[in-house]
Design a protein around this ligand. Structure first.
Ligand code: SF4
Length: 267
């Protein structure tokens, strides 16, 4: 009996501690025990793919790789068709619709004589005029056809696809090589603007519209409030704020002049 127990004990010990075996070299290397001999980026990518396709794996991968967004993890794990991908596709569709409506609204304002302002205004007005010309030509060659909003939308669609919304401007991202934000960031080949770095008073792709007036007005008011609180010794801060105020006031004046509405205010 005791002999049997002793044997069982030995057997159990061996079974419960396989890694303590004296022959580790007998274990065949596999993908779980050996990381591929690649760079760390490739290892992260492999780990992402291995984890992300398991139940709950996307979240695990996101946490492991410290991604801010699940969308990043999905892209990293090359997991198309996930819930996040569908959500992003839906958002993208809604953004396209919204951009087309905004472009249409600005085109209608252009027809009413309310023009955009800002460094990109001339480009946008030129484009609107080309749409005017195309519609006039169509009306001339086919006088019996009533032009519909849908035809105008079709003509505006491509330009609307370049629209990005800034806090205080519209960005018409038609040419990355002209994007001031990308030049400042040193990423001239990026396919999206860096809206957080937007300097719309200087970028040739930025326009200001009447809807942006309240933002610039509030900026001018708060700058005036800061200026009124500055002490006599804060000269450099005063110079900086006065430059900001002058810029806000200039943009406000341009919006008012281009739209033909609102007061022209002085500093
Ligand atoms: S600086 Fe502003 S307007 Fe110009 S490309 Fe960048 S985000 Fe667009």
């Amino acid at each position: 009996m005791s002999c049997l127990t002793e044997k069982e004990g030995k057997r159990n010990t061996a079974r419960h501690h396989p890694r303590e075996s004296s022959a580790p070299e007998s274990a065949a290397p596999n993908r779980y025990t050996e990381l591929p001999n690649t760079g760390s980026a490739e290892r992260s990518r492999t780990l992402a793919v291995e984890l992300a396709y398991r139940p709950g794996g996307l979240l695990a991968t996101k946490i492991q790789l410290k991604h801010v967004s699940c969308a990043t993890t999905e892209g990293y794990a090359a997991r198309p068709g996930g819930a996040q991908s569908r959500l992003l596709a839906e958002i993208s569709r809604e953004e396209s619709k919204r951009n087309l409506e905004l472009t249409m609204a600005e085109y209608q304002r252009h027809l009413q004589g309310i023009q955009p302002s800002g460094p990109g205004a001339a480009d946008l007005v030129k484009f609107f005029e080309s749409v005017d010309g195309a519609l006039a030509e169509e009306a001339r060659t086919s006088p019996s056809v009533v032009l519909s909003d849908q035809q105008v939308r079709t003509m505006l669609a491509k330009r609307a696809g370049t629209l990005h919304l800034g806090t205080a401007n519209y960005c018409w991202f038609t040419d990355p090589s002209r994007a001031l934000c990308l030049k400042l960031a040193g990423t001239p080949d990026a396919d999206r603007p860096l809206i957080g770095m937007c300097d719309s008073a200087r970028c040739p792709q930025a326009t200001h519209h009447t809807c942006h007036r309240p933002v610039w007005d509030a900026s001018a008011d708060s700058t005036r409030a800061f200026l009124s609180k500055l002490g006599r010794g804060q000269k450099s801060e005063r110079i900086r704020l006065e430059a900001g105020l002058a810029r806000s006031q200039r943009v406000l004046n341009e919006i008012d002049a281009a739209s033909g509405t609102g007061p022209i205010r002085e500093n």
